[in-house]
Write a protein that binds this ligand. Structure first.
Ligand code: KMH
Ligand code: ZN
Length: 270
């Protein structure tokens, strides 16, 4: 099996300090939490940025501060969100790609997102895919449901994505696809040979799906963006505690953690 890549989704756009006091907001807090995740075994950090009061933002200035802060201190791979928050337009969502992070997300379909809609119509997906190509930033293709894999494969046929690609299955989102091992097995069965995949389980699905992915040769995303609890009713002290839990699972399963060099190779980041 490939060495395990753990991505830390440390902040997201939705989780608030009312839900957990441990969510970072400012660039300095985001950098510190990223370093803690790196020390706990993360290979990559999935970054959203916030205004100082926690309001979701896609400011290139803030993304730049986080990118610089991390790159100056460790070799964690940095992945920007182009999803942003529900309701943001494509220009705002994709602006910071010009800073050339190691990766950026590309959601390949719309999904009910709790009571809201995370809207990704085809023209918007194509625009973001073009922008990633333009700046030579590798996409992580985010699929909340199975049709989003099919859409990604159509984009590849149209020359907007390169195969093999890296996919992230976001499972267990209320309104999206369920979060059982069965759902994950179906999703990964849809991928062409040599594609890599990771799973981001939402809420209570996070750690059980991580364990399943580790045993099936996939990779794992965890963090407060997706789940704030380390066990039933107990808040994680930060995304780093969730990363540590996954590193412990990997050890128990005999799966070594990927170095940054190995991750670059697996993800085809040059
Ligand atoms: N905040 C969600 C609406 C991504 O980062 O690319 C979208 C999201 C996906 O988090
Ligand atoms: Zn995100």
């Amino acid at each position: 099996m490939q060495p395990l890549m753990i991505t830390a989704a440390i902040c997201g756009a939705e989780v608030t300090r009312a839900q957990t006091p441990h969510v970072p907001y400012t660039p300095a807090e985001l950098v510190e939490e990223s370093l803690r995740c790196y020390q706990a075994g993360a290979t990559m950090v999935h970054v959203h940025v916030r205004q100082p009061d926690g309001t979701p933002s896609q400011s290139a200035e803030l993304f730049g501060q986080v990118l610089q802060g991390i790159r100056g201190r460790c070799d964690l791979l940095v992945q920007f969100s182009t999803g942003g928050a529900v309701g943001m337009g494509v220009d705002e969502r994709a602006d910071a790609v010009r800073l050339r992070p190691d990766m950026a997300t590309l959601s390949t379909g719309s999904v009910n997102f709790g009571d809201e809609i995370f809207a990704n119509p085809i023209p918007l997906i194509r625009q973001i895919a073009c922008r990633l190509k333009e700046f030579n930033v590798r996409p992580e293709i985010e699929c909340f449901d199975s049709g989003m894999v099919d859409t990604a494969l159509r984009l590849a046929k149209d020359g907007l994505l390169e195969l093999p690609a890296h996919f992230d299955f976001v499972l267990g989102m209320p309104g999206g696809m369920g979060g059982t091992a069965h759902h994950l097995d179906f999703m990964r069965s849809l991928l062409p040979t040599d594609c890599t995949w990771c799973v981001a389980g939402i809420g209570r699905f996070e750690l059980p799906l991580a364990d399943h992915a580790i045993r099936q040769g996939g990779h794992v995303r965890v963090g407060l963006e997706d789940n704030v609890f380390i066990s039933k009713g107990v808040l994680a002290k930060g995304s780093c505690e969730l990363v540590q839990a996954v590193a412990t699972m990997a050890k128990a399963a005999g799966r070594p953690l990927a170095t940054t060099t190995q991750a670059r190779e697996l993800l085809r980041i040059n």
